[in-house]
Write a protein that binds this ligand. Structure first.
Ligand SMILES: O=C1O[C@H](COP(=O)(O)O)[C@@H](O)[C@H](O)[C@H]1O
Length: 222
């Protein structure tokens, strides 16, 4: 039952995101979609790839990325290429968030320049959330969290003791500036984390709190 619910949730989210892109494309030449990685978005990526859109006018980038090669099992870019950029959606322009630099600290400046030409503000940001309340790569146990929550720079290199790889994340400021915000989560554990987040206001404890007033359209299924 929960598999069916999750598929329907992914389809409904894909329809809402596609409609957001269509609306913006009636008044601008290009529209930008920011997606998250991890495991939750896979059915959403597949559903969105089936939507009718002028894909050649759609740009896609990530909210965050693990600093691994694109063929690595943990690469968010690999997920986007394999599950979203398929069929007609392959005509979209995808801008990944890694370089060949050894560390994200070395690569961040080039990435800031790479994403500067995208159609900001994004039409939609689709956030995920971890069990620790992180979203994008805004981790509660990261030294760079305060910077990523407060900087006006678009992207930040981050490290967190809880994570095996260093990361690159769009800053809260850059994510905030999107026209629409969606949160895609599944399962009782994440529902409970979201309930905790809604009951407080310290974004350093549960970084998803930084987006609760965007407004944030929550797409949840068991
Ligand atoms: O590390 C990450 O985790 C979150 C949530 O991932 P999930 O596997 O629980 O769906 C994701 O939103 C983020 O983009 C990703 O890099």
């Amino acid at each position: 039952m929960s598999e069916l619910c999750r598929e329907r949730l992914a389809t409904q989210l894909a329809e809402a995101v596609a409609e957001a892109l269509r609306q913006d494309l009636t008044r601008q030449a290009r529209a930008l979609l920011v997606v998250s990685g991890g495991t939750t978005p896979l059915p959403f990526f597949r559903a969105l790839s089936l939507c009718t859109l002028p894909w050649s006018r759609v740009e896609v980038t990530l909210a965050d990325e693990r600093w691994v090669p694109e063929d690595h099992a943990d690469s968010n870019a690999r997920l986007v290429r394999e599950h979203l950029l398929q069929g007609p959606a392959a005509e979209a322009t995808f801008v990944p968030l890694t370089t060949r630099d050894v560390t994200p600290e070395q690569g961040v400046e080039a990435l800031v320049q790479r994403i500067a030409g995208l159609a900001w503000p994004a039409s939609a940001v689709v956030l995920g959330m971890g069990g620790d309340g992180h979203t994008a790569s805004l981790f509660p146990d990261s030294h760079e969290l305060s910077l990523a929550l407060s900087t006006g720079e678009p992207a930040v290199a981050v490290r967190a003791a809880s994570q095996p790889q260093p990361r690159l994340t769009l800053s809260a400021d850059r994510l905030h500036r999107a026209h629409r915000h969606f949160l895609h989560i599944t399962g009782g554990d994440k529902r409970n984390v979201l309930a905790r987040a809604l009951a407080g206001d310290d974004s350093r404890e549960l970084p998803i709190r930084a987006f609760l007033a965007c407004p944030l359209a929550v797409y949840w299924a068991p």
